[in-house]
Design a protein around this ligand. Structure first.
Ligand SMILES: C[S@@+](CC[C@H](N)C(=O)[O-])C[C@H]1O[C@@H](n2cnc3c(N)ncnc32)[C@H](O)[C@@H]1O
Length: 244
């Protein structure tokens, strides 16, 4: 099945358009993630957090944190003496995240803050590790966000990015294309009662995101070393890791 014509917003419009979409679906975001990924997103997120190698007492950043799934997992790793900053540009997504953090009694170690991945408010070399899951694809200027990720990490610290990528076999690409361009937008739109077109934007943004190797090259250009990636679910997602 060939993808339909692009519904991606123009770069100058992208940030506002993306934020409008996330504001509209924030309440339904977690349910849709679980339904549309058949529950797999929990496993992918656990794998990403494990790859940070974050330890007790460390200070870590979860960028584009949304509803704070990764921040909560990071909170388990750093323990009561650690600190997790969950940072996102969208107040509605972060409000859902903040209530999850409070319900699970983790407000002692997780702080939810508004911030833009392209211009972070944190000092240089502030964090022992950093995660970003399904977020960087939505950022307008990806090289700028990668440079900011590197800037706020301490030397030797790891950045871990979980993102949709390119399925490794032609048959899987075909099946996945057919699912993500036809069934996924219908189910997602119906569950979230969405009128912004976010679930049409989703497969299109995935198709336009750089595949594994190209994305790894962007990390090296941003100054990360020991850049590597691992595919999950046949390359439907990939986890990239780089060291500052
Ligand atoms: C698909 S959600 C991912 C949420 C969460 N990380 C997860 O894996 O479930 C993408 C998030 O990226 C955020 N985002 C997009 N552009 C951003 C930017 N420039 N700076 C910070 N957050 C941004 C959106 O507001 C949204 O909450």
């Amino acid at each position: 099945m060939s993808p339909p014509s692009s519904v991606l917003p123009a770069p100058a419009e992208k940030e506002r358009a993306v934020q409008r979409m996330f504001s509209a679906i924030a309440r339904w975001y977690d349910l849709n993630n679980t339904v549309l990924s058949f529950g797999l997103h929990h496993r992918w997120k656990r794998e990403a957090v494990a790859r940070t190698q974050a330890r007790d007492g460390q200070t870590v950043l979860d960028l584009c944190s949304g509803t704070c799934d990764l921040a909560l997992l990071l909170g388990e790793r750093v323990g009561p003496t650690g600190r997790v900053i969950a940072c996102d540009l969208n107040a509605e997504m972060l409000a859902v995240g903040r209530s999850k953090v409070e319900q699970r009694g983790r407000a002692d170690r997780i702080s939810c803050v508004l911030g833009n991945a392209e211009a972070l408010q944190f000092h240089d070399a502030s964090f022992d590790a950093l995660t970003v899951a399904f977020g960087i694809r939505n950022v307008t200027n990806i090289p700028k966000a990668l440079a900011e990720m590197s800037r706020v990490l301490k030397p030797g610290a790891r950045a871990v990015c979980l993102e949709f990528s390119r399925p490794t076999t032609a048959i899987l690409r075909k099946v996945y294309d057919s699912y993500s361009f036809s069934l996924l937008p219908k189910i997602g739109t119906w569950i979230a009662r969405d009128r912004t077109g976010v679930y049409q934007y989703l497969p299109d943004s995935i198709r336009h995101f750089p595949p594994q190797e190209e994305f790894a090259r962007m990390w090296r250009e941003a100054g990360f070393s020991r850049v590597e990636y691992v595919n999950y679910s046949g390359g439907i997602v990939a986890i990239h890791v780089g060291v500052k």
